[in-house]
Design a protein around this ligand. Structure first.
Ligand code: MN
Length: 236
């Protein structure tokens, strides 16, 4: 029986020690799981794998312990930590997943995404995303000093918060037509994503969309045990 956990949107930063502690406690309680899926925005910001921040090191140490206990770790980049690369993930043997990946979950072909690409009404964000995913832009960004990148990341976060506060609620959620077409394109009956911070299981026609929750006052996970799937909220 395959046991997996799906989590996303922890938004870890030096300001959130309670979430880091909550994660450690949660993983300890869950015990020996086969697969751990980190579906994006695990970090509030990521300035490059050469970042020497204590947070990056602590998280890698936690994940290394999990990996050493026999858990395979998979990592999807979010809109916050889109610069996470294989150099960092290699520290704990995690597999980097692409923007949309099909795997078998609870006996069904399932699509995994962070979720930002599903919010297709947010055209400003998608325009920024296209720039930020350009290899040339990324190379230029990564050639800057760590201090410069930290300042830029701070600026980007402030701009994104400002933009989000001026956007209508539905723009920040997924577009149903995009969900339908992405699922049809991949021929799946289940979609798991995070990003929107609206944890819920949405029944669709002969299909299901499961939205993971963000970690803040509480934590969220989707737990696969054999053929069962459970979306859980827990205290940190
Ligand atoms: Mn996100």
């Amino acid at each position: 029986m395959t046991q997996s956990l799906f989590i996303s949107d922890l938004h870890l930063s030096e300001d959130t020690p309670h979430i880091e502690q909550g994660l450690t406690k949660f993983l300890k309680q869950e015990g020996g799981i086969d697969r751990l899926f980190l579906l994006g925005d695990i970090f509030e910001a990521w300035i490059g794998d050469d970042d020497d921040s204590p947070l990056a090191q602590r998280f890698a140490d936690t994940m290394k312990r999990i990996a050493d206990s026999g858990t395979q770790i998979y990592f999807t980049r979010g809109n916050r930590d889109f610069l996470v690369g294989e150099n960092y993930l290699d520290q704990f043997g995690a597999t980097l997943l692409g923007d949309s990946v099909c795997i078998e979950v609870a006996g069904e072909s399932t699509l995994l995404m962070h979720g930002d690409l599903l919010c297709s009404d947010d055209v400003d964000y998608l325009a920024f995303r296209a720039i930020a995913h350009n290899p040339q832009w990324q190379a230029e960004m990564l050639s800057k000093s760590l201090d410069e990148r930290r300042a830029l990341a701070k600026q980007l976060r402030a701009m994104s918060k400002e933009a989000a506060s001026n956007k209508a609620e539905d723009i920040m959620d997924v577009n149903d037509d995009t969900v339908r077409s992405v699922m049809a394109e991949h021929g799946v009956t289940r979609l798991i994503h995070g990003h929107t911070h609206r944890p819920c299981r949405h029944p669709l026609q002969n299909a299901e969309r499961i939205v993971l929750g963000d970690w803040n006052k509480t934590g969220w996970c989707l737990r696969e045990q054999g053929t069962s799937l459970e979306l859980c909220e827990f205290s940190l």
